[in-house]
Design a protein around this ligand. Structure first.
Ligand code: A2P
Length: 402
């Protein structure tokens, strides 16, 4: 069962489930007991652990999808009928124990890894929940795209004062927007990736940053008002915000000397890439950083968040490849086109076991990026599916798409 009080509605479980047993409405994400085969593929990728809840029930009394959609909290344990030993099918909802996850063939089907790289630092998760959020103060809110463009993307800095909020690059937090939804229920938390490194947006300060795009349209282009993104983009200095988290224990950067990063992103998917790049930049003096290769997709230069600061980074520190899709007078290019163009360098990095790959941004690019990586390997007569498996097993390929 998915705990509605912890779930941040990020859709990871629904996307991961190989048998489509997970569904959702505007209230909850739920597991259909008639479809779930207990393969456990959904459990490791969940950034909050909210899906790892178990109740022993007689199969005929398993909680229905309709029941679960109405939950505000998980039901308590029910005692089983006294004659349950003789009942035809007493099962633990979900049928399997968490320890079977690693061996599950279905979990190996997901495109990305369900484990972090071996040298990742250990993350804290769920320190603050819907019931016990932490209050952060806005100490900065700047637009990071051209003022004349449609893409209104903000860099928002939140400070936690004296309260602990330890984070790592690649983790995310939840923001609780004020107010209620159409049914009069408090809004659910919205998830945002950190754009700042572990030691703060400003090194040594207890703060972090987010990259937030003001949502004015849905995926189909129809007018839509993003509840949380508009709230965040309109915040002023000294406003306070309710925060939960941190979340995420797999999309984490390697911590060992000379680890290489291939970072592939579009739009606000650049947030974790900025965090990892800045972490590496602050370590330049140590002499321990590996190679950084960035593929970044945006409509135009002026709609590419952080364009100015990004272009100021030294070329021998990071290999920057910008894929612009709507730049006047230029052919339309996506990140996957540039991965193909840079095949030799990409292959070189892929051949090094110290390389980790991170993909964040539009859902649609996931297939395109995988296909480009496959072609890059194939050109050299190598089998992508073998490497893909290794990358997943070793926690070296991570996706966060939406
Ligand atoms: P496009 O101009 O075709 O929409 P957005 O600004 O909407 O967040 O998108 C960021 C960038 O990602 C844009 O350049 C957009 O191109 C591009 N994009 C859209 N679909 C895909 C896809 N399937 N694969 C890679 N990039 C994509």
């Amino acid at each position: 069962m998915i705990d509605p009080e912890i779930c941040i509605r990020c859709n990871t479980c629904e996307e991961t489930c190989p048998v489509d047993a997970i569904t959702h409405d505007s209230n909850n994400y739920v597991v259909d007991p008639d479809i779930c085969n207990g393969c456990m593929a959904c459990v490791p990728p969940c950034p909050t652990g909210s899906i790892d809840n178990w109740r022993l029930v007689v199969r005929a009394e398993a909680y229905s999808v309709q029941d679960q959609l109405g939950w505000e909290e998980l039901p308590g344990e029910k005692s089983l009928p006294a004659d349950v030993e003789q009942a035809p099918e007493p099962v633990e909802a979900g049928n399997a124990q968490p320890s079977q996850a690693a061996a599950s063939p279905a979990s190996a089907m997901a495109a990305g890894a369900a484990v972090p790289p071996w040298s990742a630092a250990h993350p804290y998760v769920n320190l603050y929940t819907h019931k016990t959020p932490i209050t952060a103060t806005v100490v900065g809110n700047y637009r990071v795209t051209g003022a004349d463009t449609e893409s209104d993307i903000h860099h928002i800095v939140l400070d936690f004062g004296e309260l602990p909020f330890p984070v790592l690059e690649g983790q995310s937090i939840g923001i609780l927007p004020p107010g209620t939804d159409a049914q009069g229920r408090p809004h659910h938390a919205r998830q945002y990736s950190l754009a700042s490194p572990r030691d703060g947006e400003r090194a040594g300060y207890n703060n972090l940053s987010l990259t937030v795009k003001r949502v004015t349209q849905d995926h189909g282009g129809a007018a839509a008002h993003g509840v949380c993104s508009n709230y965040l983009c309109d915040l002023a200095r000294n406003d306070t915000v309710q925060v939960i988290g941190p979340f995420g224990h797999t999309f984490l950067m390697p911590n060992h000397p000379r680890a290489n990063l291939i970072m592939i992103c579009t739009g606000t998917g650049s947030a974790p890439m900025r965090a990892m790049t800045e972490r590496s930049r602050r370590l330049i003096g140590s002499g321990d950083i590996g190679k950084l290769m960035l593929f970044f997709g945006a409509r135009t230069e002026r709609e590419l968040p952080y364009f100015g600061p990004l272009m100021k980074l030294p070329r021998d520190f990071i290999d920057i490849n910008l894929a612009l899709s709507r730049e006047a007078g230029q052919p339309k290019r996506y990140v996957q086109d540039l991965i193909r163009e840079r095949a030799v360098q990409v292959r070189e990095l892929l051949a090094d076991r110290n390389t980790c790959i991170y993909v964040c941004g539009l859902k649609g690019m996931e297939v395109g990026v995988l296909e480009a990586l496959r072609e890059v390997m194939m050109q050299a007569g190598e089998d992508w599916s073998i490497l893909h498996d290794v990358l997943r097993r070793e926690g070296r390929l991570h996706f966060e798409t939406y």
